[in-house]
Design a protein around this ligand. Structure first.
Ligand code: UDX
Ligand code: ADP
Length: 471
């Protein structure tokens, strides 16, 4: 047997780029990405590739080559399920906002709905692949749902194949991954399913980079990988606070520490705090699982990674507020960057959201510029965070009246007294900082939450500056 038809449920940041790369490497396989969000599918199908709902360097080129050849975007979920031999579940698994595990556990409603949907309509045997990051033992739950809704006596194999791509570098990460992980059952049919997925990846990835484990190890490895990466950032961020007190420079410390090959230099860039849809969610998940097995010390250990991250963003906001409090003329701040990192239009859990929340709640006016995140997304992010904190509609309205969003960075900084760099967009390095300085209220401050700009040059222009982890 060979896989001829793939269906991917969920056309988001993971499903879209992953299946686009699959399609480009497997021209003989028909791949249909389905989503119940009609507007999103319309955007994936739009003639103007600038309108794709996900921005990733290199993505539109691949979509252009494959779309409507062997890659299709559709809302006809049942048809796509039935046609396929292999179904990837690539839907969102946000942190629960209600019920048992609220604020910690992953909300599996979307995954469970997919399983129900498959169970109700599938008429032939399927291999189900978990792509979404899921808590350990979710495969068991999926199996239960599939079997309880199984009308046509279909046989299912469940594989876990977590995605390790990072946004902004998704296409390269998919083309040249460090490893591909496939978890499956040790039974004959389980091994056959693993082999079929392995054969797909082997078309462009060296065999030795594709590792197989049991399903539970695979599910847990994804959570642990993200937790380790986030832990490194919190570690260096905690040291940045110490650097500011001791006149050590966190960039120098990170360089010296990272050159030890046992430690390595990646993920040691001190910042305003990590964001993104995965790190916080996955650690909370790890904390929840550990706690539910009575491993209190383990749960507390990982929870501190998030506490340090919140502390870092808050600390950055407090530094800004200190300046504001000492200068009554200053009540406008420009935040440059809304995306949670450069080269993406994704702003989930971005530090900018929490920084803005802090500043708006202190009665300040906030001006925002980001090259890729839309105005509606920025407003949506803020509204959501205020709603989660249970602010009433009047309060939300009052705070939102103090935010303005600009398409031009020079307008966004005009007559502000303070600029905060929140995302490390390359274009910020190339701005005409002299022009920006001239048009700002004096003294003009830059708070660089990414240690992105040239501190000395800015000082020469007349700016007062604050860089993370630098006294
Ligand atoms: C992460 C994992 O890297 C990826 O393997 C997994 O599949 C999904 O989660 P992602 O969240 O897309 O990917 O981006 P990543 O590059 O990991 O950055 C996450 C956050 O950490 C960003 O806000 C980034 O700016 C921040 N970061 C990263 C730092 O502050 N310092 C660093 O040294 C690295
Ligand atoms: P990720 O970053 O994990 O890819 P996204 O939120 O970007 O998350 O994408 C997940 C997608 O899954 C969304 O576009 C959402 O509409 C879609 N989705 C969620 N549940 C279902 C479902 N039951 N059927 C089809 N699509 C779904």
């Amino acid at each position: 047997m060979r896989i001829k038809n793939i269906c991917c449920i969920g056309a988001g940041y993971v499903g879209g780029p992953t299946m686009a790369v699959f399609a480009s490497k497997c021209p003989d396989i028909k791949i249909t990405i389905v989503d119940n969000n009609h507007e999103k599918i319309k955007l994936w199908n739009s003639n103007n590739l600038k309108n794709l709902p996900v921005y990733e360097p290199g993505l539109s080129k691949i979509i252009k080559q494959t779309r409507n050849k062997n890659l299709f975007f559709s809302t006809e979920i049942d048809n796509a399920i039935n046609e396929s031999d292999m179904i990837f579940i690539s839907v969102n698994t946000p942190t629960k906002t209600d019920g048992k595990g609220k604020g910690l556990a992953a909300d599996l409603t979307f995954v469970e709905n997919c399983a129900k949907n498959i169970g109700e309509v599938a008429k032939s045997n399927k291999i189900i692949v978990e792509k979404s990051t899921l808590p350990v033992r979710t495969a068991e739950k999926i199996k239960e749902i599939l079997n309880s809704t199984n009308k046509f006596n279909v046989k299912y194999e469940i594989l876990s194949n977590p995605e390790f791509l990072a946004e902004g570098t998704a296409i390269d990460d998919l083309l040249y991954p460090d490893r591909v992980l496939i978890g499956g059952d040790n039974s004959d049919s389980g091994k056959k399913a693993i082999k079929l997925l392995q054969e797909i990846y082997q078309r462009w990835i060296p065999k030795e980079k594709i590792i197989t484990t049991n399903v539970w190890s695979s599910e847990l490895s994804k959570l642990v990988s993200n937790a380790f990466l986030a832990q490194r950032i919190s570690s260096i961020n905690s040291i940045s606070a110490l650097c500011e007190k001791t006149e050590a420079n966190v960039e120098e410390v990170a360089l010296a520490v990272g050159m030890d090959s046992r430690i390595g230099s990646s993920f040691l860039k001190s910042s305003i705090g990590f964001g993104g849809s995965c790190f916080k969610k996955d650690i909370l998940n790890l904390v929840y699982i550990s706690r539910s097995y009575g491993l209190t010390e383990v749960a507390d250990y990982w929870e501190n990674v998030i506490k340090i991250n919140n502390y870092q963003t808050n600390r950055f906001g407090n530094k800004i507020l200190q300046i504001i409090n000492s200068d009554s003329e200053k009540n406008e701040i420009s935040i440059l960057g809304w995306a949670f990192k450069k080269d993406t239009n994704d702003s989930r859990e971005s530090a900018s959201i929490y920084l803005s929340e802090q500043l708006l709640k202190s009665g300040l006016k906030v001006k925002v510029y980001d090259p890729k995140v839309s105005k509606s997304r920025i407003i949506h992010d803020l509204k959501t965070v205020f709603q989660i904190k249970k602010l009433n509609n009047n309060q939300i309205k009052k705070y939102l009246a103090n935010i303005s969003i600009y398409k031009n960075v020079y307008e966004a900084t005009y007559e502000s007294g303070i600029i905060a760099i929140s995302t490390e967009w390359e274009e910020f390095k190339k701005l005409d900082w002299s022009r920006i300085y001239t048009n700002m209220k004096k003294p003009a401050w830059i708070f660089d939450g990414r240690n992105l700009l040239n501190n000395l040059e800015l000082k020469k222009l007349g700016f007062k500056t604050f860089f993370i982890g630098q006294a």
